[in-house]
Design a protein around this ligand. Structure first.
Ligand code: KIV
Ligand code: ZN
Length: 515
């Protein structure tokens, strides 16, 4: 029988450690629901001791998601393990994931402990976690730069103490595939009790080898891969979930392994994570990038038209790529057709959400002749995925041009329902609108990133704006879409400010110690 590779998704933990990413509890829950739909085996939902936000996120996910194991991360200390359990205990399948470094460079300069002391910490913390749950994972951090004999010794002892999964991290993305495969093979040979645990890998992408290293490890016997949607994560990111899964599926002839991932959910998961993290996907990104299934050269196009397999090793349909312009709605489309198309795309809307989305669709269809799946996704993101609004954008009106001083008037509804109105000038219409919004909301912030892209082709396309703002050293992402790019820009800033207000709570004391 074909063996299975467990997919451990760490988008909400390592992925959230990507510079500039800050997710609300609602964002995390939405991603977790989609990961459940995608069929991952384990969701690493956060690092509960690191911040109140992480604790609340892990707790909420543990309570709501029943179809996957929910893991929380803990460093090797009693309070981290206890706090992790406090959060994951609500899960149908709770897992505690403990990490502790094994490389000399970390032992000497970070932990300032000797090898025996570190072994003792690992054993006692795994045993403590086993007192809470039968599902305990242990990671010897920086394993790929550690002395192999010490890693083998550590693995043997943590398995004896109760670890059921041992995860081998290439923490700094230093390994190369052949060498990493040999390392994993040696673990199977040198650790006498290894058959009592699942061997997992966790590869970073500093040399662009995270997926290749993960696959080499799988070939050597690893049966869990830790990865992130779109390959996000600390520094250059983690192994990309969609690439690992599609490599195993497409080259089943070579690997003879399966996963439980429903690949048709990959595209949608990728879009959701990109929208909520504000991390855009490079066009040439494998599997989910905008160009992944586009053919430019005449010879290729000719081949594709004759037989798709001439130049495609995967079917875009298997990844859930929207049919794009093939299925379009317009202003004459009714509520039924609209609802049916959203359902085809996998959205389950309540009656009230459907009404809101339908109203927005009608407004859009009045401005844009053809509304395709990409427009619908942006519309759902805009109307249903926004954080609870403290300030609502009622209107933005600008005057600008080569002979005019760019001027914007903005009207907001404030937290107590009060109407707020301000007019400002700026270097351009977006700058003027942002100045007006900032004056009305009154939260000092710095705009650190502004990007805009067209959602579809054509002059009537919607513009999608993503912004990052900084306030008191933290970054907040916002996005907005509209056929008018000044309105889309204003929506994006409002989204970031509302997120800031939703995330910012006085009790949220940040004690994050990023692994
Ligand atoms: O990169 C790393 O070593 C980690 C561990 C916590 C698994 O993220
Ligand atoms: Zn990592």
């Amino acid at each position: 029988m074909t063996e299975k590779v467990y997919i451990f998704d760490t988008t909400l933990r390592d992925g959230e450690q990507s510079p500039g990413v800050a997710l609300t509890v609602e964002d995390k829950l939405e991603i977790a629901r989609q990961l459940e739909r995608l069929g991952v085996d384990i969701i690493e939902a956060g690092f509960p001791l690191s911040s109140l936000g992480d604790f609340e996120g892990v707790t909420a996910i543990a309570k709501k998601i029943r179809g996957c194991a929910i893991a929380g991360l803990a460093h090797a200390s009693p309070d981290a393990v206890d706090r992790c359990w406090e959060a994951v205990q609500h899960a149908a399948h709770p897992r505690i994931h403990i990490f502790l470094s094994t490389s000399d460079i970390h032992l000497m300069h970070q932990l300032r402990k000797n090898r025996d002391e570190v072994l003792e910490m690992a054993r006692t913390m795994v045993a403590r976690a086993r007192g809470y749950t039968s599902d305990v994972e242990f990671s010897p951090m920086d394993a790929s730069r550690s002395e192999p004999e010490y890693v083998f010794q550590m693995l043997e002892q943590v398995i004896a103490a109760g670890a059921t999964t041992v995860n081998i991290p290439d923490t700094v993305g230093y390994a190369v595939p052949e060498e990493f495969g040999v390392f994993i093979r040696n673990i199977f040979e040198k650790v006498p009790n290894i058959h009592k645990a699942v061997v997992s890998v966790h590869c970073h992408n500093d040399l662009g080898l995270a997926v290749a290293n993960s696959l080499a490890a799988v070939r050597a016997g690893a049966r869990q891969v830790e990865c992130c949607v779109n390959g996000i994560g600390e520094r250059a990111g983690n192994a990309s979930l969609e690439e690992v899964v599609m490599a195993l599926k497409t080259r089943q002839d070579l690997f003879d392994l399966t996963t439980d991932v429903k690949t048709r959910e990959l595209y949608r998961t990728s879009r959701l994570v990109s929208d909520l993290t504000g991390m855009s996907i490079q066009p040439n990104k494998a599997i989910v990038g905008g160009n992944a299934f586009r053919h430019q050269s005449g010879i290729h196009q000719d081949g594709i038209l004759k037989m798709r397999e001439t130049y495609e090793i995967m079917d875009a349909h298997d990844i859930g790529w929207p049919a794009g312009a093939e299925i379009v709605l317009g202003k004459l489309s009714g509520r039924h057709g609209f609802q049916a198309r959203l359902e085809d795309l996998g959205y389950e809307l309540t009656r009230e959400e459907l009404s809101r989305a339908f109203k927005a669709f009608k407004e859009l269809a009045d401005k844009k002749a053809e509304v395709d799946d990409r427009d619908l996704e942006a519309l759902v993101a805009d109307k249903l995925r926004t954080v609870e609004e403290v300030y609502h954008l009622d209107l933005v009106q600008v005057s600008c041009g080569s002979q005019l001083v760019p001027t914007a008037t903005v009207r907001l509804t404030g937290p107590e329902g009060q109407i707020l109105l301000h007019t400002a000038t700026g270097t351009g219409p977006v700058d003027a609108a942002y100045k007006a919004i900032d004056t009305l909301v009154g939260i000092p912030n710095e705009l650190t990133e502004f990007s805009i892209k067209a959602i579809t082709e054509g002059i009537d396309a919607q513009g999608e704006v993503t912004v990052r703002i900084q306030h008191e050293g933290k970054t907040y992402v916002g996005r907005g879409a509209d056929t008018d790019i000044v309105v889309a820009s204003a929506k994006a800033l409002m989204n970031a400010l509302n997120r800031l207000l939703a995330i910012q709570r006085p009790a949220d004391t940040e004690v994050r110690t990023s692994p």
